[in-house]
Design a protein around this ligand. Structure first.
Ligand code: AGP
Length: 609
């Protein structure tokens, strides 16, 4: 996600802001920029690429000054480019802003500003509207102009703003996107995250939602929505820089596990309209186009493939369309039935997995329409697809994919619901029920995360295991694959996932005294069958840890340990069921002393065949 740094004080704003931006590089970004205010004007430099490229650009800046704002951009609207990089400025250069988040009503604001006020837009971003909106209301008081502009905006945003006529202040706003203020020696700061200012300030204000902050060299004042000054206790940061990058967590993986509720909310956010409709970000899949589609192919690798398997259940069940799912490395060497009546969906967190990219190219060569579900804006898969349906998980740093997977599932569900409704195969009641279930997922995942200690206790009992079997039926069989991959790739335990009904066709020969079996039992309509499978393995001495819906006494009775997830519809259970498995894998790997964020032999993006 984007990073913001603001500085005002006696030192060199240029150097201190660049320092801070470098501390935010771990968050992932594709471009960066800086605005410096002095002598009645604002100088801006910004560029696509690494911060080193920005420093090269800045060498030519004829202005340093003691006040400025900087930004690292993680693209959501508009591909990575110099024009789309922040800071954005008003047409006359009076106002400069940096923004992290999504302005949901940016299109209507953009149309209004350009139509009614003749404002010229120079980027594809949602963020640019903020600079023009503040400028429209600016009459010499930046704080007032920001208050008035924010009153017109909807969405999630952390904004930093400066005015050329007031070089001694920075105004910032926080709503559903992180922002803090730092109190330094003869200087003050703004930042998206603690690492950016840790070198200069360990006393900070943690801003709350809908708060606006006025930062000058000697003072930081916080205001609520009614423009009343609020008193705020300072927070003293005791973390070291490394811990700070992980938000106080021990690893990026656990941080990203905890970011899932927000990632899911952001990915659903603007796509679930207040009218209950689903907007596919301009992807045209009208009824007549959908009726032409004979079959859907979902192709991906690893965790993304596992998300595709869940997508298959959802699209077949909700849209009544035949779906084939394949790993990209196999798809390319088959003779797949792909033609111009195929909807080819490829899923990729990085958008750079070569197997997936080549499969996409093969499908397009055969005439398929290519829709990709990608987390990195402007990545190769995104660029080469006909349509892109982005996950908004934010940068995923840990090699083991977690928040990308759950946001990929959300995209699968949204596509399935949209297609089912367009094709008239999903009744209004069923549609509304499932949309409601999706909306409840972030809160339900929060309650699962609150069980981390219990999962940790279970991990302590089993972390020495050298072999683990994951079993499940229906969508649980797909989640079992994902749970098994999480465990094997970070703990190096030989874990194996199998459809529970397949056990008796060979694999049960391996089950003996104390063999560890993790049984996923969230599918109410398959509960009886799964219970029989649990009994089968128990009869051969297995130790069974089950995952079940709250209150499922039958599973609990048959299992050695049971982890419960909040009751939810079978269809969306995978979105919840994977979370305890992620936590279990994490804690087992931690107890085994493994390098969790960078497991041996693995890369975050496999750009080779
Ligand atoms: C999952 O935890 C792994 N990191 C790996 O399986 C990954 O999902 C796979 O390489 C696909 O990557 P992509 O989503 O970036 O295409």
């Amino acid at each position: 996600m984007c990073g913001i740094v603001g500085y005002i004080g006696g030192g060199s704003a240029k150097r201190i802001i660049i320092d801070g931006l470098k501390r935010l590089e771990y968050r992932g970004y594709d471009s960066s920029g800086i605005a410096l205010a002095a002598n009645g004007r604002i100088a801006v430099e910004k560029t696509v690429g690494r911060i080193a490229a920005l420093e090269d650009r800045m060498a030519g800046m004829d202005l340093d000054g003691h006040a400025g704002i900087g930004h690292t951009r993680w693209a959501t609207h508009g591909a990575p480019s110099d024009a789309n990089a922040h800071p954005h400025t008003s047409a006359d250069g009076e106002i400069a802003i940096v923004h992290n988040g999504i302005i949901e009503n940016y299109l209507e604001l953009r149309e209004w500003l350009s139509g009614e006020h003749g404002v010229p837009f120079r980027s594809e971003t949602d963020s640019e509207v903020v600079a023009h909106l503040i400028r429209l209301y600016y009459e010499g008081d930046l704080l007032d102009a920001v208050f008035r502009a924010v009153g017109r905006m909807r969405g999630a945003y952390a904004i930093g703003a400066m005015a050329a006529s007031e070089p001694d202040r920075i105004v910032a706003v926080r709503k559903d996107a992180p922002l803090i203020a730092g109190l330094g020696e003869d200087c003050n700061f703004l930042a998206s995250d603690i690492p950016a200012l840790l070198k200069y300030a360990r006393t900070i204000y943690l801003l709350e939602n809908n708060e606006t902050v006025l930062v000058t060299r000697n003072e930081v004042s916080i205001f609520n929505e009614r423009r009343e000054k609020v008193k705020r206790d300072v927070y003293h940061v005791t973390w070291d820089a490394d811990a700070a990058e992980k938000g106080g967590h021990d690893h990026f993986m656990i941080k990203e596990i905890y970011e899932q509720p927000k990632g899911i909310s952001d990915t659903m956010g603007r796509r679930l309209g207040a009218d209950g409709g689903i907007r596919l970000d301009g992807i045209s899949l009208a009824r007549r186009e959908l009726e032409r589609i004979e079959r859907v192919y979902i192709v991906a690798c690893g965790t993304a493939y596992h998300a595709g398997l869940v997508g298959k259940y959802a699209i077949e069940r909700l849209a009544g369309m035949p779906v084939e799912v394949d790993v990209a490395s196999e798809f390319r060497y088959r003779e797949p039935f792909v033609n111009d009546r195929t909807l080819f969906i490829c899923i990729s967190q990085s958008g750079e997995t070569l197997d997936t990219l080549e499969a996409l190219r093969e499908a397009k060569r055969r005439g398929a329409r290519a829709l990709s579900v990608v987390n990195v804006v402007g990545s190769s898969v995104a660029r080469e697809s006909d349509d892109v349906f982005y996950t908004w998980a934010g940068p995923e740093i840990a090699v083991a994919s977690t928040k990308a997977y759950t946001t990929q599932l959300v995209c699968m569900y949204l596509l399935a619901l949209y297609m089912g409704r367009e094709l008239g195969r999903l009744g209004d009641g069923e549609y509304a029920r499932l949309v409601d279930e999706l909306g409840r997922a972030p809160g339900r995942i929060e309650s699962i995360l609150a069980q981390e200690k219990r999962v940790q206790e279970i991990a302590k009992k089993i972390y020495r295991s050298e072999q683990v079997f994951f079993i499940g039926r229906g969508p649980d069989a797909s989640v079992a694959l994902e749970g098994s991959l999480k465990l094997k790739e970070i703990s190096y335990i030989n874990s194996f996932a199998i459809a529970a009904g397949e056990l008796k066709h060979g694999t049960i020969a391996l089950i003996e005294q104390d063999t560890l079996v993790i049984a996923l039992a969230t599918q109410s309509r398959l509960a009886g069958k799964l219970l029989s499978n649990i009994e089968e393995v128990k009869a051969r001495g297995a130790r069974v840890i089950s995952l079940a819906m709250e209150g499922d006494a039958n599973v609990e009775r048959q299992s050695d340990e049971t982890i419960f997830i909040p009751r939810c519809a079978d269809e969306v259970a995978p979105l919840l069921a994977v979370v305890p498995l992620q936590l279990l894998a994490y804690h087992i790997a931690k107890l085994r002393g493994c390098d969790i964020d960078k497991p041996k032999n693995l890369a975050k993006s496999v750009t080779v065949e």
